[in-house]
Design a protein around this ligand. Structure first.
Ligand code: TXA
Ligand code: MG
Length: 342
């Protein structure tokens, strides 16, 4: 299939391709999405094929205005309006009871649907022109890091979709926060299924504490319905290992001597003194960021670039704080590394 490439100023043309039943890769403030008309069953089925995605992992519906919820959502749990008022448009996905008209293929047979309104100029123009909610997972091949710039989106999806809309680099660089209203062992409330740039503190600032529940308190059945929890995720080709701080790095690398490693990259926000590290390979890169936000923004594109450079081992500084963007970053890094520390 020939994939048409649209520059950002042609977002509306890309939207029309959705109307005609095509697949379009489009930018958002978090990561690039792989979109189809949410009400077109065949087109939605093709999303799973293009991604190599297991069919038990549901898609998020993307909208540009709240009236589009009428065709998607059956009812709103307590606090949903406040959440939408506070964080839309933006990187927050709400899992809500779905209307029967939303096809089972989209929601992987669940009776809920994830919905989000992106905060992104080209995404807005694209969704408006599409004129229908757009079902979209991240535009990566299943298991790989999500595309956070045009080059990554193109490599993942060219030849598999009708069009790609070029929106440059994504601002957040990590996927949206996903929350669901759920019954937990400690009561009903909104539960963070996937942390993201709308943080725990942000949610606390608008919701009564009674309305927030911890994901650990979900019962097993509900937790298993929170997909993405049981599939491998966010993995580059290189092996990823984690460390907490410069001291921790020094101790860890001295112990293992980073021996037998032919190529190595370090991503950190601490200054790392590698002079004392013995046996550093000649193919060595250190990318130093000024904040966790910056590291989060570049994480997936770094994975992509370092893979292209043939780097076999990536060591990433990992935050420990529960809250902030740190919580989201740590969540992705634990998965990318299979919880493997230096
Ligand atoms: O930032 C994002 O959310 C990006 C952009 C494109 O919007 N999309 C994205 O989609 O990351 P995806 O499919 O890669 O991740 C959606 C996550 C998955 O972990 C999925 O299992 C979960 O949300 N999810 C979707 N619908 C759900 C539902 N009804 N119940 C529970 N979890 C759901
Ligand atoms: Mg994804």
């Amino acid at each position: 299939m020939v994939t048409e490439i649209f520059s950002g100023d042609r977002a509306a043309e890309a939207g029309l391709i959705i109307q005609r039943g095509g697949l379009v890769v489009f930018p958002t403030e978090t990561v690039y999405g792989l979109g189809a008309d949410v009400f077109n069953e065949d087109a939605c089925r093709r999303i799973f094929e293009a991604k190599g995605r297991p069919q038990d992992n549901p898609l998020i519906a993307h909208i540009y205005e709240r009236s589009q919820l009428d065709s998607l959502v059956e009812r709103f749990p307590p606090g949903a309006e406040i959440l939408m008022d506070s964080f839309w448009p933006g990187p927050l996905t709400l899992v809500l009871p779905k209307k029967r008209s939303v096809n089972a293929i989209v929601t992987a047979n669940l009776n809920t649907l994830g919905v989000r309104m992106p905060r992104h100029t080209e995404a807005f123009a694209f969704l408006k022109a599409a004129g229908t909610p757009v079902a979209a997972p991240s535009a990566n091949q299943s298991g790989k890091p999500s595309p956070t710039n045009f080059a990554m989106a193109r490599e993942a999806m060219e030849g598999r979709v009708e069009a790609i809309l070029d929106g440059g680099a994504c601002e957040t660089g990590l996927e949206s926060t996903v929350i669901a209203w759920a019954e937990t062992k400690t009561g009903s409330g909104w539960t963070i299924l996937r942390p993201g740039a709308v943080t725990r503190e942000d949610l606390f600032s608008v919701l009564d504490t009674l309305f927030l529940q911890e994901v650990e308190n979900l019962d097993e059945k509900l937790l298993s319905q929170s997909p993405g929890t049981h599939h491998p995720h966010y993995r580059p080709l290189a092996r990823v290992r984690l460390f907490e701080s410069a001291e921790n790095f020094a101790r860890g690398t001295n112990l293992t001597q980073v021996e037998n490693i032919k190529s190595l990259a370090i991503l950190s926000i601490d200054e790392i003194n590698t002079e004392k590290t013995t046996n550093l390979p000649s193919n060595f890169t250190h990318r130093h960021y000024t904040s966790w936000i910056e590291l989060a923004r570049h994480l997936y594109s770094d994975f992509y670039e370092l893979d292209a450079l043939g780097i076999s081992e990536i060591l990433v500084q990992t935050p420990t704080r529960r809250g902030g963007i740190e919580e989201a970053l740590k969540n992705r890094l634990l998965k990318a590394s299979s919880d493997c520390w230096v």
